[in-house]
Design a protein around this ligand. Structure first.
Ligand code: HEM
Length: 501
């Protein structure tokens, strides 16, 4: 009896496999093309049990067998994974169908709880309009020709450096100090907050980044199983409760800007810029896009959210890596001293410090913070590399796999800034282009310039002031990362020795 049941199950599995294969290769679609290949999973849950906590690594391994483009079934979600820069560019730069965002449970809950209107919204006319406003608002700070960002980072650094100096070389976990410094900058450029006021913004934001990263993680039960939101109801409640105070407090800051801003000359910060954009948008366009003034203004909220954790985590990666490789730290500091002397680094110096720029590129590559980017979704039936991809398919771009591809980055597990320099010590522009931490194409990160400049000032000025060493009893860990959508670094206590000039 048992043997008979086993035979029946085996035949059933075989039949399902054959049907799936038949459907995939015979082309049940208008293009007559197969869907991308991929591994089989279990009934109902698909490939979820084999994904592990680091999906980018599992996907990188699968790509060795199935190629640059393959698909996996994660519960009820069909996911296509793109594993090389060429195929990622082909999809995101050339084909507008890939500019959507999935309507997964986690994203739906996030959209419901926040005033988010474009970063996790599908690529429609409203998204396009809000993205344009964001880019214009951000350009106010992120331009190497104006020094507004420098002045704000100067102020943050004053506090950060004083806190580190006061430790007198005692090992410390710098996470909170970095968090405060980045929050000071974000609070000022987004909402014009006085630095002494930043705590009102900070408290509710603490730990939200990691929660968000876990909440949106690939292959979560929440997104993949039909009753996911019910099974995960406690986590959903916890997430919603931690996000609400942040939304409220940020809304409060945005509202304070409404009264102030009447014309371009009144613009002091991003919240002003978006408040003005809301005022200047013709009523019929707002109606056509289904947008209220509140929704336009809440861009400031989104930019704050999008930039805060990513910059904090990248800064922490930078400090950890520079501590793990003291000779690289020393060489970067020497170059800063040669170019800047005793004065603080300026953004206009960046073209004269190729080694420091190479170090930053290698930090972005090695950390690959957003290993799988943000999820995209196809807005129409489309094709890629001879495969059919139906409308509504979730797309992940494995930036980690690209950044660790030995064809582009020989010996990828080693931290080697020199890989971005030419034989005569200049920055190799072609190699620099290959590092894509901000994504590519139509949904590429809008905060890229701001992030690059802010990090450059934070890291460069820290190196000018401090020698960073590891605590011998607690060595730096650059191999492991926190689980979740972001590859968050593990923080160990570090020693900050003030350099006496
Ligand atoms: C080191 C820092 C940062 C990294 C590594 C990073 C990375 C990314 C990535 C990979 C994406 C997804 C691109 C895609 O979907 O294809 C993205 C999107 C986005 N980022 Fe960033 N980002 C950073 C900083 C910032 C900053 C400072 C801001 C705001 C001031 C920001 C705002 C956004 C927004 C609004 C989007 C959504 C764009 C859209 O959907 O059209 N990011 N970022």
């Amino acid at each position: 009896m048992i043997a008979w049941t086993i035979v029946q199950i085996a035949v059933l599995i075989w039949a399902i496999r054959m049907l799936w294969k038949y459907y995939a290769v015979s082309g049940g679609n208008k293009f007559g093309l197969p869907e991308p290949p991929g591994p089989y999973g279990l009934p109902v849950i698909g490939y979820i049990p084999f994904l592990g906590s680091k999906a980018h690594l599992t996907f990188a391994k699968l790509s060795q067998k199935y190629g640059d483009i393959f698909q996996v079934q994660l519960g009820s979600q069909k996911v296509v994974v793109l594993n090389s820069l060429d195929v990622i560019k082909e999809a995101h730069i050339k084909d507008a169908s890939f500019a959507g965002r999935p309507s997964s449970a986690s994203i739906e809950i996030f959209l419901k709880e926040t005033t988010t209107n474009f970063s996790l919204r599908t690529g429609d006319a409203r998204w396009k309009f809000l993205r344009k406003i964001s880019i214009k608002a951000l350009s106010m700070f992120a331009s190497s020709r104006n020094s507004r960002l420098e002045a704000v980072v100067d102020e943050a650094n004053e506090e950060l450096h004083a806190e580190l100096q006061a430790l007198n070389g005692q090992p410390t976990d710098p996470q909170q100090n970095i968090f405060d410094g980045v929050a000071g900058v974000s609070g000022t450029i987004m909402f014009g907050l006085d630095f002494s006021n930043k705590d009102s913004l900070l408290k509710p934001v603490v730990s939200l980044g990691q929660k968000l990263s876990t909440f949106l993680a690939v292959g979560s039960v929440l997104d993949s199983l039909p009753f996911g939101p019910w099974i995960m109801r406690h986590q959903v409640k916890d997430f919603s409760e931690s996000i609400r105070p942040v939304v409220q407090i940020v809304d409060k800051h945005i509202k304070e800007h409404l009264v102030h801003c009447k014309e371009e000359d009144d613009v002091r910060d991003i919240a002003d810029a978006v408040a003005l954009a809301a005022k200047q948008t013709p009523a019929d366009l707002k109606q056509q896009l289904g947008l209220t003034d509140d929704q336009i203004r809440s861009i400031a909220n989104e930019l704050f959210g999008g930039g805060f954790t990513t910059i904090t985590e990248s800064f922490r990666w930078a400090i950890n890596l520079l501590t793990a490789f003291p000779e690289i730290q020393e060489r970067a500091r020497r170059e800063l001293a040669e170019v800047c002397g005793d004065r603080p680094l300026r953004l206009t110096d960046r073209s004269n410090i190729p080694y420091n720029e190479a170090v930053h590129l290698e930090i972005f590559r090695y950390s690959s913070l957003t290993a799988l980017g943000l999820p995209h979704s196809t807005m129409d039936d489309t094709t890629l590399r001879g495969f059919f991809i139906p409308k509504g398919t979730t797309i992940f771009s494995n930036y980690f796999a690209h950044h660790y591809n030995p064809q582009y980055f020989p010996d990828p597990d080693s931290f080697k800034p020199d890989r971005f320099l030419t034989a005569d010590g200049k920055l190799d522009a072609d190699k620099a282009q290959l590092v894509v931490p901000f994504g590519v194409g139509k949904r590429r990160c809008v905060g890229e310039n701001l992030a690059r400049q802010e990090l450059s000032l934070f890291i460069g000025r820290l190196l000018q002031q401090f020698e960073i060493r590891q605590d011998p009893s607690n060595p730096v860990n650059i191999r492991d990362v926190l689980p979740g959508l972001n590859r968050g670094p593990i923080q160990t206590p570090l020693i900050f020795n003030k350099i006496v000039l």
